[in-house]
Design a protein around this ligand. Structure first.
Ligand code: SB7
Ligand code: NI
Length: 194
């Protein structure tokens, strides 16, 4: 089982290195790594298990954070009174994003960062993503709200970007600056109907 000891912290080169494409179909080892990562999120979100093993709760985990330099991450979170959403993204690509930007009012944190960093982390409000799941099936999904923000935080890890890189050094609470993102098509400002 993965614990906080498996998570690399700021200063570790794995967090700054662009990750490698994952061969599809996934190897048994890569599938197991993803399962271990998802189990870490489940454990970290269970107050009792988190307390027992000293886990910080997390809604996402990217492979470079456990020193596996591969383009894959897992996300898990629950909206009030709903079953948690669990999703695995392998070789994700951002096809398009909204013009509109957003941010979390209380800023962001990271399991690889053992301090709080204040400031606005600009994110796109909506992203359209193409990726492969743990079974090697490709899918396209449009994300908005908190999910879109978490996706962009994890996607950044695959490119060696930390959330605080996106905070303006001179004006940490500056808003509405479009975040630089690698996009494979173009800007898509069509409203989403879901
Ligand atoms: C706040 C927290 C996260 C994403 C977006 C906003 C995830 C924190 C856990 N991670 O360090 C995952 O990379
Ligand atoms: Ni992080």
């Amino acid at each position: 089982m993965l614990t906080m000891d498996d998570i690399v912290r700021e200063g570790h080169p794995a967090l700054r290195k662009p990750a490698e494409e994952v061969p599809v179909p996934l190897s048994e080892e890569d599938r197991q790594t993803l399962e271990d990562m998802m189990q870490f999120l489940r454990n970290s979100q269970d107050p009792e298990t988190a307390e027992t093993y000293g886990l910080r709760p997390g809604v996402g985990l990217a492979a470079p954070q456990i020193n596996v330099s591969k383009n894959m991450f897992v996300v898990r979170f629950a909206e009030e009174d709903e079953e948690p959403i669990e999703m695995t993204f392998v070789n994700p690509k951002i096809i398009s994003h909204s013009a509109e930007t957003t941010h979390l009012p209380d800023g962001e944190g990271c399991l690889s960062v053992d301090r709080s960093v204040e400031g606005t982390v600009p994110r796109y409000s909506r992203v359209k993503v193409e990726a492969t799941d743990e079974n090697g099936h490709s899918f396209t999904i449009r994300l908005r709200g908190f999910f879109a923000i978490v996706f962009q935080h994890e996607f950044d890890h695959l490119n060696g970007i930390m959330f605080y890189d996106r905070i303006d050094g001179d004006d940490p609470y500056k808003e509405d600056v479009p975040p630089a993102l690698k996009v494979i098509r173009s800007q898509d400002d069509t409203p989403l109907s879901f």
